[in-house]
Design a protein around this ligand. Structure first.
Ligand SMILES: Nc1ncnc2c1ncn2[C@@H]1O[C@H](COP(=O)(O)OP(=O)(O)O)[C@@H](O)[C@H]1O
Ligand SMILES: [Mg+2]
Length: 375
């Protein structure tokens, strides 16, 4: 016998006194070896909201909640039916459907042959602690997911920054190169233009072909240089009321197109508040793209419409259109499907139109670019 029990014995407490002491502290029950309740104290009745009469003769299953797995209960029973003490936390269901958590110790009591005869269960109410713990866990999960969101946002933002910084560097480098190429190119153009029509007709067909290819190469290079310089330029726009038809006609001067292509401009003119030189660049880019797409034969229609806020200008071409996959990328810098393309044209268009407070969009079948400019 250990010292604690010996001193308890010296106190000469009777069973009633002991029961009261336990009852004041613990939520306790005694069951037979099958789990049928044969004793439940006042505290147990209070927390489970069943009366003593309702509890006696019932199995502990009465209080079972859905919280724990069958495996949890199997292990509990394995432990106590093997004569060992079980300690753990259990969530139970009270008579009114509410739940409570109890920290529980179940101790087997033996008969003279050392067979388990009864179980005595002592419990403490830990519902509040559990609630706090669960709230903490919820908060932790929330914080974790917020943290993850933040991390992915930071990653995305820094990717964008790296991308735009890289683009800016490329832009500066490219514009320097483009600038340096301008003079030699002008010299080439001058020499090529010195060949008068008489001289050209005297050339044999092979040499004439070479001269023609030189001319197109020069104009390709000019276009690339213009794109790069325009991309690197970030001048402010200067809005003045301007004739749309005039801008469109000026833009057409920069567009090379063969006789097989018909370009229909709107019949009526309209005045729009814009930076005419910038808008001329936008239209020559869009018309150049359309001409390129048509590839020799077809039509381009430019039309105007209005709503209360915007002047809408549509450029529609009879070309083959843009694949769904490419449609997502055409406004990205350096996306091009052309051998001598820069992939900067539409980026420049978009930025100019947005500087005007407008928007640019595209739809297929037929390929239509729509500009909306504030009225
Ligand atoms: N009207 C159009 N029809 C078909 N594809 C087009 C049209 N306009 C633009 N595109 C596609 O968008 C790409 C990007 O155009 P852009 O930014 O002007 O650069 P680039 O003309 O140098 O290729 C083109 O390479 C082409 O694939
Ligand atoms: Mg282009």
């Amino acid at each position: 016998m250990n010292m604690g029990v010996a001193s308890l014995k010296n106190l000469n407490l009777d069973i009633d006194a002991l029961e009261k002491i336990f009852s004041d502290h613990s939520i306790s029950t005694i069951t037979d070896k099958d789990g049928t309740i044969i004793y439940a104290n006042q505290k147990f009745c209070e927390i489970s909201k069943y009366s003593e009469d309702e509890l006696l003769g019932e199995n502990h299953r009465l209080l079972k909640s859905d919280e724990h797995s069958p495996d949890f209960y199997a292990k509990l029973w394995d432990t106590i039916s093997d004569g060992k003490i079980w300690n753990g936390e259990i969530k139970n269901r009270a008579k009114d459907g509410s739940y409570y958590w109890v920290k529980t110790t179940i101790t087997p009591l033996f008969d003279f042959n050392h067979n388990v005869q009864n179980y005595i269960a002592l419990r403490t109410d830990i519902t509040k602690e559990k609630e706090i713990q669960q709230n903490l866990e919820k908060m932790e999960a929330k914080l974790l997911s917020q943290n993850e969101n933040l991390l992915s946002m930071v990653e995305q933002k820094s990717n964008e920054l790296v991308k735009s910084a890289r683009l800016a560097t490329i832009g500066t480098m490219a514009s320097r190169v483009a600038h340096d190429l301008k003079n030699p190119l002008t010299i080439l153009q001058t020499y090529a233009d010195m060949l008068t029509p008489e001289i050209i007709t005297k050339l044999n067909s092979k040499d004439r072909e070479k001269w023609f290819r030189m001319q197109t190469s020069i104009s390709d290079m000019n276009r690339i240089i213009e794109d790069v310089l325009e991309f690197a330029r970030t001048s402010e726009i200067k809005k003045t009321p301007s004739s749309l038809l005039r801008i469109l006609k000026l833009a057409l001067n920069h567009v090379d197109y063969s006789y097989g292509i018909v370009i229909n401009l709107p019949d009526d003119d309209v005045s729009i508040n814009c930076d005419p030189r910038k808008l001329e660049g936008v239209f020559s880019n869009l018309l150049d793209n359309a001409v390129h797409a048509i590839n020799g034969h077809g039509e381009i229609d430019v039309s105007i419409s209005f709503d209360s806020e915007f002047t809408k200008i549509q450029i529609k071409d009879s070309g083959p259109g843009i694949s769904d996959e490419n449609l997502k990328k055409i406004f990205e810098p350096m996306f091009t499907t052309k051998t001598t393309g820069t992939g900067l044209g539409l980026v420049i268009c978009k930025s100019i139109i947005e500087q005007h407070g407008g928007s640019i969009s595209v739809s297929n079948k037929p390929t239509t670019f729509t500009l909306a400019l504030p009225r």
